[in-house]
Design a protein around this ligand. Structure first.
Ligand SMILES: Cc1ncc(COP(=O)(O)O)c(C=O)c1O
Length: 464
């Protein structure tokens, strides 16, 4: 009946008091009913007796319960009419109560990072330095396009590691991919109305462009990238692609097909949106250069993020706009302010300029390579010939295709949940909303190697 959360900021006794009070006011704890003894309640809720005693004392002091000598506590009879309206009746348009996300012992969500990996000590040091160094900057808005120091650091990094050719003036620091796509959708909408997206693919791109009234054209993805014939047939003038590590399949577009895609864009005033989201994490081969690097002056809008290697909680990402779009960007966004905290931007710039970003990438690559290898070994051990793996060798997840599965995705997810396993449905990435054949996305970033091994052993049981 009562749910207490030891991670919540509200003390446990207060949580219990609030919930009991609400049940009394709603009548679900009826007048004169006897409450469990302090000891029984504490045992049931697995909390200390002090917690329960604290809640009972407060309810008693406010008259919600009364006590009888040697019998314990009872609910006071209350006049329901005088109970606070917000508790006894719910207005029709009230939003449903927030659902607490369940926690899972084995969480295979592909967007989770190693929980121990954030460079806490360095971040705190640089953050404090930023606070001390130039306090008057905190009384001003920062550059709407992003702190110049950070844009220089990003430009330098992209040039060296991704072959991206640009100037800091082409870079816009954004608060995540959603924000990047929002800007791009605004910049392109004067001349474009139809966007091709990968199918299966990252659904956020479709959502953002649909919200800007673009028509969405899902195009099948093959192991060598987006199907170019289908792309051409669809008459879209924008293509959103994830060429370094296709989401979700993990395919890497070979250079020959990157050039074909560029050729498609050059034949007409078309644009490629290159989402290079986890290009840092390649485990077995050298990264393939970005599309933007292959045609620095082409119609390619490059997008990157710090969410995969540093932290998705920071909300720092970036766009590299082609020069041809800068005038329009300035016109449309001239009265906008930066959406990313100046302090976080300056902290990140220090982290990058002082060489820690490259070191951090190397460290993360080694941590995730171990988890990636453990995942593949566990799949081999527990699924054997009953599954095929796609997308290995990069990123934070692999895709498991089940051979001869006897039930569908929904049933497998349900069974997995019963074993404490969380899976993000693969069908979430499919334009049709259906995943045929049955595929599972296995993110390994947020799990320990032991959890990966145990989780995959249990998952195999849930699939067979
Ligand atoms: C395909 C793809 N691009 C980009 C991102 C990163 O998005 P953001 O920068 O908003 O954290 C993700 C996150 O999961 C992703 O799956």
């Amino acid at each position: 009946m009562f749910f207490l959360d030891s991670n919540a900021p509200v003390p446990l006794f207060k949580q219990l008091y609030n919930q009991m009070r609400e049940h009394i006011l709603l009548g679900s704890l009826p007048a004169d009913s006897k409450l469990p003894s302090v000891r029984d309640m504490a045992n049931n809720l697995a909390v200390s007796r002090n917690t329960v005693d604290g809640a009972y004392q407060e309810l008693f002091a406010e008259g919600y319960i009364y006590s009888k000598p040697r019998s314990g506590y009872f609910v006071s009879p209350l006049d329901q009419e005088s109970a606070p309206r917000s508790l006894v009746s719910k207005p029709d348009n009230q939003a449903p109560p927030l659902q607490r996300a369940p926690t899972y012992r084995y969480d295979f969500h592909p967007a989770r990072l190693d929980p121990e990996s954030f460079p806490n000590r360095l971040w705190r040091k640089f953050f404090l330095e930023c606070l001390r160094e130039n306090p008057q900057q905190l009384s001003e808005y920062c550059d709407p396009q992003g702190e110049l120091g950070l844009r220089f650091a990003i430009q330098n990094y992209l040039e060296r590691s991704r072959g991206v050719v640009c100037d800091p003036e082409q870079i816009v620091v954004t608060a995540g991919l959603q924000h990047s796509l929002d800007i791009v959708a605004n910049v392109l909408k004067e001349d474009h109305s139809r966007v091709a997206v990968e199918d299966p693919g990252y659904p956020l791109a479709s959502t953002v462009f649909r919200n800007h009234s673009y028509k969405i054209n899902p195009v099948p993805v093959r192991p060598d990238g987006i199907d170019l014939d289908a792309l051409k047939a669809g008459n879209s003038s924008i293509a959103y692609v994830t060429p370094s590590h296709q989401l979700p399949m993990g395919y890497v577009i070979p250079v020959a097909n990157r050039l074909n895609l560029i050729e498609w864009a050059e034949a007409g005033d078309k644009f490629i949106l290159e989402d290079d989201y986890d290009s840092e994490l390649r485990y077995s081969s050298k990264p393939i250069p970005s599309l933007q690097g292959l045609r620095p002056h082409g119609n390619i809008i490059y997008m990157g993020t710090f969410s995969k290697v540093l932290s998705p909680a920071l909300r720092v990402s970036y766009i590299v706009l082609p020069r041809s779009l800068l005038a329009r960007y300035y016109r449309l966004f001239q009265n906008h302010f930066s959406s990313v905290s100046q302090l976080e931007q300056r902290t990140l710039a220090k982290f990058m300029v002082q060489g820690y970003w490259n070191r951090h990438i190397r460290r993360m690559r080694s941590i995730y390579k171990k988890k990636h290898d453990t995942t593949l070994r566990a799949i081999k051990e527990h699924f054997g010939t009953l599954a095929v793996v796609d997308g290995q060798g990069a990123g934070l997840h692999v895709v498991l295709q089940l051979l001869g599965a006897t039930c569908g995705e929904t049933e497998i997810i349900r069974r997995a949940e019963q074993k404490g396993i969380r899976l993000l449905p693969f069908s979430w990435t499919c334009a049709s909303g259906k995943s045929v054949p049955v595929r599972l996305m296995l993110g390994f970033g947020g799990m320990t190697e032991i959890e990966i091994k145990e989780g995959i052993a249990l998952l195999a049981q849930a699939c067979h």
